[in-house]
Design a protein. Structure first.
Length: 316
């Protein structure tokens, strides 16, 4: 039986928000068993929280945004992907600002800070959602299906009419080693017309060639070459891993994504919750299906531990 994991110590990371363009910082902290991942923020004398579960999803337009009472946090997908990719079940992500730092547009800098914190097993079993019947969502020429499988796997296919992208297909076995080696460094990508359109609307203000791969009509605007010839599909897998973590428990199943994105990823998360007859809980300990369905598997018991957290940032 696998045990839940958390971080050994706290660490900090600063940067700018991709959308706001404003300075922003996060601190990662260890959390007790059965906490899940919770975004927290010091507001006045109070520590407010927003669990990283689908029940708090606000929107997926350009980035994944979570919102609880009085607390909204944008661009959570890459830090969530790094935590899920490294099988961290329990962590507090303290934020200063309204957005997670863009870093270099990939999850690699977050992997570095997780490694700096160190990872430790905890005295609670790691529960899994094991898919026993296929679950499928689709949009126009887009779809994702999750099928029963002995091990967690992702197959992702994209097709863009650009000479440097075209059709890309990638198979990922979900292990921390594979995540670290093949997925984490894949950066956010965009097309020049799209970037110009976003900037005109006052969005993507923190976007730059440092944190985004920008494709021109036939080539690359960035001087830095692609990190992988199929960097785009690998980034899509990274986004999917982050979005799937909003289930609150890891999934054992084979995901087959076809031209998907944040909207479809999160629709699949909701579809899994809407079809509890198509999965079982393994090693559930004290967790039960209804607490996963309500998004309370992780959080009810442990928000009271928040007062023990030594905040890294003080609100102004
Ligand atoms: Zn992304």
């Amino acid at each position: 039986m696998r045990k839940q994991q958390t971080l050994i110590k706290s660490t900090y990371f600063s940067g700018i928000g991709l959308h706001s363009g404003k300075p922003t910082s996060i601190a990662l902290h260890p959390a007790p068993p059965n906490t899940g991942v919770i975004f927290v923020k010091q507001m006045g004398d109070e520590m407010v929280s927003c669990p990283a579960t689908i029940q708090y999803l606000e929107q997926t337009d350009h980035c994944t945004t979570l919102q609880s009472t009085n607390f909204k946090i944008q661009t959570v997908e890459h830090i969530l992907s790094a935590l899920a990719g490294f099988e961290i079940d329990n962590a507090y992500v303290e934020v200063q600002g309204d957005e997670i730092p863009a870093a270099d547009g990939s999850a690699a800098p977050f992997v570095e800070i997780i490694e700096e914190c160190g990872i430790t097993p905890q005295e609670a079993p790691r529960n899994y959602i094991k898919i026993v019947q296929p679950i499928h969502v689709e949009g126009e020429q887009r779809s994702i299906t999750v099928l029963p499988s002995a091990l967690p796997r992702i197959s992702y296919f994209i097709d863009f009419p650009h000479p440097l992208i075209q059709q890309q297909d990638y198979q990922h076995s979900c292990t921390p080693q594979e995540f670290s080696k093949n997925i984490a460094a894949a950066r956010t990508f965009a097309f020049r017309q799209e970037v110009e359109f976003l900037w005109a609307r006052g969005l993507g203000l923190g976007g730059s060639l440092y944190n985004t791969v920008v494709f021109s009509e036939s080539g690359l605007v960035n001087e830095e070459k692609l990190r992988f010839h199929d960097e785009c599909v690998r980034h899509k897998i990274m986004d999917l891993i982050g979005d799937l973590s909003l289930l609150g428990s890891p999934v054992i199943g084979h995901f087959e994504a076809n031209r998907a994105g944040h909207l479809l990823h999160t629709q699949l998360v909701q579809a899994i919750l809407d079809n509890p007859d198509k999965w079982i809980l393994l090693n559930a300990g004290t967790t039960n299906k209804s607490s996963i369905l309500n998004g309370t598997a992780a959080t009810t018991a442990n928000t009271h531990c928040l007062h023990e957290l030594q905040p890294a940032f003080h609100s102004v």
